[in-house]
Design a binder for this molecule. Structure first.
Ligand code: ADP
Ligand code: MG
Length: 463
């Protein structure tokens, strides 16, 4: 941890300073608020009178900035002195390294340059560990391989380790956990984590400043290279070429390479074949969405971390409605806590229901009526043109009604717009469809099942 000198000439680490701040904050807020909003803040370093801290998410930052700005401000002033300043880094966005400086007007945005590795920064975030990674059937293989590499980087046949799967399923968490384990086991190893789009940006900058050789030898000097979201290299030929050479150098000298992607190597269309074949040299392991039990386990663990305990039915409700994204499970708990701690509402079934619904709505802003229609038609094996024409065949009517119902539920389109998409039907037809599907869901298990499956599919693929 970086150290700094204060007027009393005692050098304090950022950990010590932040601990002092917490003592003061704790006196001024409720236990729940403290646990929810302040305990997760991690000090990173302190420079002159500026303390830099890490926050878990953008949402978190906005919340704190809005509600606790003055408390934080007065606290750091009392601990650090009148010039105290605080800067934030958002953990979820380490790829982009967004820096926020909400405390001290005028807002001073720290430049990316300043936070880049002094010698060099690993970008491994201590928040992500194996300990707080919940295992389930969907991530078993990936977790096991990750563990093996953490104990023996470069020494297993899993080189590269290629982890793939949908958004919010724990790929970044897992590869970061490997990083933390390696730092702990082998502190002298040179290790770096970065997202492929950052890699690309840095490469372009290196070209512009005539530093391609330095750039390339920097990455070739690593013992462990973790490149997240490799799909971002698609269409970037030059970056791929350079990465190809880095990969070869590292691999030949037994250095560990860890990659993630949203798809398995063979499906990375647009990525150079020679890269794809190298990605298959080691082990490819997928991460599947967690099953119901795992979702419950994750919820309970995260709630516990927040100092929160809910009745089982509430966990079950959340876990049965948020099915394919762990980030959303986490987001749901944070929102619940936010509501409960600020409006002193109790976390009851109604609040849970509203919160789950909000998450679903915010997720589905990008889902279009066309997309819903095509998913419904594929699922029920009906031609898309049929759904728009006048056919009154039973299965077509059902498909049309389900598509209308889901369009109402999952998009922000008006009844009129929805009607127009289905062969120019008027809004009363759409209402009729919604009512009848809704009734179907409540009375007919088959319909309920069909609608849920289609919804799950849309949710999964639109993420
Ligand atoms: P991805 O990189 O696949 O999009 P992340 O690794 O960013 O997903 O995970 C999203 C969030 O869910 C993170 O906050 C992460 O800590 C959490 N998470 C994912 N998988 C697990 C798990 N198995 N156990 C605990 N938390 C998890
Ligand atoms: Mg990720």
């Amino acid at each position: 941890m970086a150290e700094t000198q204060f007027s009393n000439k005692i050098a304090l680490s950022s950990d010590e300073i932040w601990r002092e701040c917490l003592v003061n904050i704790k006196r001024n807020v409720s236990q729940m608020t403290y646990n929810t909003w302040f305990l997760p803040i991690k000090p990173i370093n302190v420079n002159n009178s500026t303390i830099k801290v890490l926050l878990p998410s953008q949402f978190f930052w906005e919340w704190i900035d809005e509600h606790y700005n003055s408390l934080i401000h007065s606290t750091i002033k009392s601990v650090i002195g009148p010039d105290a300043n605080l800067t934030y880094v958002i953990a979820e966005e380490t790829e982009e390294e967004q820096i926020h400086t909400p405390i001290q007007p005028p807002k001073k945005i720290e430049s990316v340059e300043q936070i880049k590795r002094p010698e060099f920064e690993t970008f491994i975030n201590s928040r992500y560990t194996f300990d707080n990674f919940i295992m389930g059937e969907g991530n078993q293989l990936a977790r096991a391989a990750a563990g093996a590499i953490g104990d023996n980087p470069g020494g297993t046949s899993f080189n590269p380790l290629f982890i793939y799967g949908g958004v919010g399923l724990g790929k970044t968490h897992l590869v970061q956990a490997i990083g933390n384990k390696i730092i702990q086991n082998f502190p002298s190893k040179r290790i770096i984590y970065l997202s492929s789009d950052i890699f690309t940006v840095e490469f372009v900058e290196a070209i512009q400043s005539n530093k391609v050789n330095e750039f390339s030898s920097f990455y070739k000097s690593m013992d462990v290279l973790i490149l997240d979201d490799i799909q971002f290299l698609i269409g970037k030929e030059k970056t791929q070429d350079l990465f190809f050479h880095i990969f070869n150098t590292l691999h030949q000298s037994g250095k560990q390479i860890i990659l993630t992607s949203d798809k398995p190597p063979k499906d990375l269309k647009g990525l150079n074949e020679r890269l794809i074949s190298r990605f298959q040299w080691g082990l490819s392991a997928d991460i599947q969405p967690p099953d119901f039990e795992t979702r419950i386990a994750i919820l309970k663990r995260k709630a516990d971390d927040f100092g929160l305990s809910l009745p089982n039915e509430l966990y079950e409700y959340i876990a049965s409605h948020i099915v394919s994204n762990i980030r959303e499970l986490e987001g749901c708990l944070i929102k619940l806590l936010a509501n409960a701690s600020l409006s002193s509402r109790v976390i009851d079934f109604n609040l849970v229901k509203t919160t789950v619904k909000e998450i679903a709505t915010s997720r589905q802003v990008n889902v279009t009526i066309e997309y819903i229609t095509s998913t419904v038609c594929t699922f029920l094996d009906i031609g898309e043109d049929k759904i728009r024409d006048k056919t009154r065949k039973k299965e077509v009517v059902l498909a049309r009604q389900i598509a209308m119902f889901l369009s109402k539920e999952l998009t922000r389109s008006s009844l009129k717009t929805i009607g127009l998409h289905f062969g120019g039907r008027d809004h009363s037809t759409v209402i009729h469809a919604c009512v009848s599907v809704d009734r179907g869901i409540n009375t007919d298990n088959l319909i309920k099942d069909i609608v849920n499956k289609i919804k799950e599919k849309i949710e999964l693929e639109s993420n």
